[in-house]
Design a protein around this ligand. Structure first.
Ligand SMILES: [Zn+2]
Length: 271
């Protein structure tokens, strides 16, 4: 059983970090100790390719408090080699694999043919259902496409719309499908254009709300543009707490309990 966090501001679960990225992997000890000081108790390391997924499983195996999600991210599906999907399937039963992904759709980068993205998204969803695991969904300028593809399944979907950036109507559609919404650093940025995103964070049902860093990307204010790391999930949680008129620690406790339940890691050892 985990010790309760002793910091003023925990416990926190960073539900989405690319810990195998060299920017973090080369100083993982420092990254994890800063996270611990910030009240972070667990981190889910997210795979983006077959190699990266194997790496997240290795990291989870080597460190307390780290867990793995495995998948081929939509911007990487075109470069996937024959056999890469089978490697993902083989990793599902590895210890500490708690989710399938990241998967999803991306029209912004245009790096992979869209029908191929949709095919891989369907395979990830089927794998998640088969193993009763939550799915981690990446969505860039594809809210309607993802809603259509998920509705076609005709069943609720356990999982996360990660780094949510949609509007209130998108949020309602994703929530109706059964998904949780996870917020990254954008909610802290100063741009007025992000006020609708803040409105979703302020008003959505608290039991479906999650926080993440998407490290090394999307570093929150006042570190915008710098290499992000899991410790900074506290800044995002703090800003959402402010938007909701809550104490940061109360939101930390709630989002951590949401994440632990979704990933099936209640009572897990801390980092
Ligand atoms: Zn990601």
């Amino acid at each position: 059983m985990a010790e309760p966090a002793t910091t003023a501001f925990g416990p926190l679960i960073d539900t989405h970090a690319h810990l195998d990225d060299p920017r973090m992997a080369r100083d993982l000890g420092g990254v994890l100790s800063r996270a611990r000081e910030a009240g972070v108790t667990q981190v889910v390391a997210i795979g983006t390719t077959a190699d990266s997924s194997r790496e997240t499983v290795a990291l989870a195996g080597a460190h307390r408090g780290l867990f793995a999600a495995i998948g081929i991210q939509p911007n990487h599906v075109a470069e996937a080699q024959p056999g890469d999907w089978e490697r993902i399937v083989d990793l599902v039963t590895a210890p500490k694999v708690v989710a399938i992904g990241e998967t999803g759709l991306d029209r912004y980068w245009d790096r992979s043919p869209f029908p191929l993205q949709q095919d891989l998204f369907d395979r990830h969803l089927a794998l998640a259902f088969e193993h009763d695991l939550p799915v981690v969904i990446h969505c860039r300028q594809c809210e309607a496409d993802i809603i259509t593809q998920l509705e076609r399944l005709g069943r609720p979907v356990s999982g996360i719309l990660h780094s949510f950036t949609g509007n209130w109507d998108d949020a309602q559609a994703f929530l109706a499908l059964g998904l949780h919404l996870s917020f990254a650093g954008m909610v802290t940025f100063r741009n007025e254009s992000l006020d609708p995103l803040r409105e979703v964070a302020a008003r959505m049902p608290i039991d479906r709300l999650l926080v993440e860093t998407d490290s090394p990307y999307l570093s929150p204010h006042p570190f915008r543009g710098k290499t992000n790391e899991p410790a900074r999930v506290a800044l995002t949680c703090g800003r959402i707490a402010e938007l909701r008129g809550m104490e940061p620690v109360a939101l930390a406790v709630q989002t951590t309990s949401n994440a632990a339940r979704l990933f099936g890691i209640e009572g897990a050892d801390p980092i």
